[in-house]
Design a protein around this ligand. Structure first.
Ligand code: BTN
Length: 236
């Protein structure tokens, strides 16, 4: 499938993980792979991404190794849900939320093969799943478009729009994309949050996101910067 965009979309009914399959050399840059289900969907930090429901979207895109490409998916997903009248928020580093429930997560992987380097950006988007379809531990943490709006979206239509919007967003600079994304932030300055980084957790006060896209936080008078990590809890 190709909608006159630079991104060429491939479809498979199922695969292990769209991020893994796209590592195959046969896929050039700007290939996107969409699968109806995944048998070994991967999340960040070695987590699994529940991918057995056909109501979800599992899609990855092979992209140049440039920082801006790592933050296009969350912005694109937020902007697209807006068009479907669902207000979603950005949670650093790469998630999309409705209130305190996750509706989409992104896994970026940078691959180095000899002289060639590229990024694979993979998005899991909860579109048409009902609450029953999520396994128990996810029921409290996840939501979908269907759960929020009580109506379904045609998957093909959503994916076509997603590709077009993603492509549009690639035309902007890193700072333009970052600025827009931060304007949708779920976190507000002064929020008490728990951030994890590898095996450590930190209880901090959120200060903002800097020009390098690091999370800036404070403990007392001490400023901390997180280049990577996860926000585990927001206390308001
Ligand atoms: C996270 O929030 O931990 C990131 C989840 C990323 C899931 C997507 S689904 C499509 C792509 N293929 C994978 O195996 N993972 C990503």
């Amino acid at each position: 499938m190709n909608n006159g965009t630079r991104i060429k979309l491939y479809f498979l009914p199922t695969c292990s993980s769209t991020n893994e399959l796209l590592k195959d050399e046969k896929y050039p840059l700007f290939s996107a792979l969409l699968c109806e289900t995944q048998t070994a969907g991967k999340g960040r930090w070695g987590r699994k991404w529940f991918s057995l429901s056909k109501g979800g979207i599992y899609i990855s895109i092979k992209l140049p190794k440039e920082k801006k490409y790592q933050i296009i998916f969350p912005l694109t997903i937020i902007e697209l849900f807006n068009e479907y009248s669902l207000a979603t928020k950005f949670l650093w580093p790469n998630d999309v939320y409705v209130d305190q429930k996750k509706i989409s997560g992104i896994l970026n992987e940078t691959i180095h093969r000899g002289h060639i380097s590229y990024t694979i950006s993979g998005a899991g988007i909860n579109l048409n799943q009902s609450m029953d379809e999520f396994p128990n531990p996810l029921k409290e943490k996840a939501t979908s478009y269907y759960i929020e709006k009580k109506r379904k979206i045609k998957k093909d239509e959503f994916v076509d729009k997603l590709i077009l919007k993603f492509e549009e967003n690639t035309k902007n600079s890193f700072s333009e994309i970052a600025k827009k994304l931060i304007s949708y932030s779920l976190l507000k300055r002064g929020d008490k949050i728990i951030v994890s980084k590898r095996n450590e957790t930190y209880e901090v006060i959120y200060e903002g996101i800097d020009e390098e896209f690091s999370l800036c936080a404070r403990v007392g008078d001490k400023m901390l910067k997180f280049y990577s990590g996860e926000v585990l809890k927001i206390e308001r």
